[in-house]
Write a protein that binds this ligand. Sequence first.
Ligand SMILES: NC(=O)c1ccc[n+]([C@@H]2O[C@H](COP(=O)([O-])OP(=O)(O)OC[C@H]3O[C@@H](n4cnc5c(N)ncnc54)[C@H](O)[C@@H]3O)[C@@H](O)[C@H]2O)c1
Length: 362
Amino acid sequence: MTIYYSLFTNHESRITVHESRITNLGSRIKTKTNRVYNTPYHTQDLSQLNFLVTGGSGFIGSNLVEYLLKFSAGKVRVLDNLATGFKANLDEFASHPNFEFMEGDIRDLDTCKRAMEGIDYVSHQAALGSVPRSINDPVTTNDVNIGGFLNMLVAQKGSASVKRLVYAASSSTYGDSTELPKVEGVIGKPLSPYAVTKLVNELYADVFYKTYGTATIGLRYFNVFGPKQSPTGAYAAVIPLFMQALMDNQPPTINGDGEQTRDFTFVENAVAANVKAFFASEEAVNEVFNVAYGDRISLNTLWSELKVISEKNIEAHHGPDRKGDVRDSLANIDKAKKLLGYDPQFSAAEGMKITWKKFSSQ
Ligand SMILES: NC(=O)c1ccc[n+]([C@@H]2O[C@H](COP(=O)([O-])OP(=O)(O)OC[C@H]3O[C@@H](n4cnc5c(N)ncnc54)[C@H](O)[C@@H]3O)[C@@H](O)[C@H]2O)c1
């Protein structure tokens, strides 16, 4: 590894080396821990509205549930089969009178229909995430991510109450396009079965809108991270894995040279995008939007900054490149700003501080 690690003891020098290419996180760190879910991203009276969050036991879904209940939503129903989610993510809401948990599988159409009964807005987060998982088991990923998504659209089509379905799309849809920053209209070919499923979601949403008038909005998330993201299992994401390594005082393995870059997005920004999309003007319907912070850092920088935040000095190991991964990722978020009024409040650095604080106190 490069100059990067050899300079770690001299933080200022390292910053000089990298600041032309990537953002230096350390200098921008501010603590907003007490601001999490304190900002309303809506102006509507949520108490009059009912919401369904599929995949609500998972990372992003449970954060959205937290927001909706905090702002007194009428009903918040979760549909989840607990494949990769955890009931513990919802423990704090279990006795909330407006909260409802429905254990079920989106691969079953009747379940999707029942879940939508009496619902005004759907946030569809349920899917099998992870590029490596999809490479190991493309059939199940396809069944859940495409078959399940199709069921949700069919259920929406037949629903008398649902006004809009906002769904989790993915930056993986940019595939082999090398253009940076990523703009919604320019995509490449998918690099993994997972990316295929997320692209097909967008195609189905578009066809359903044109054929049946189902109102959907797709959110292409870019590397979302934050509290409640699981560090366990073979397919855990990089930030919780790094944080777990710091907790265990163990070196993490960075895939490849670590100079690949990502637009890491704190989860409250993704929650805000969902809320904005529920209530955005008709112009935003049947559109897809990048949901990111609009900045990128390398994995080496990420590890380095986490060491600063955690005050631990552990050198990472490097492994082989991972199949199906894109090299660089950076979003242009102008479209979401314009049509959704999306305005991400948390930088990656701020998000990492908040996440580490929660992670290390568990
Ligand atoms: N986290 C990210 O960085 C990221 C990036 C791009 C897209 N996404 C997408 O965002 C969504 C949420 O991701 P996450 O990071 O919260 O993942 P997660 O795995 O924590 O949450 C997904 C949830 O869906 C549930 N689920 C899976 N299969 C199901 C099924 N057949 N029926 C019902 N529920 C099912 C899981 O149990 C889990 O609770 C997913 O669609 C994912 O593909 C996430």
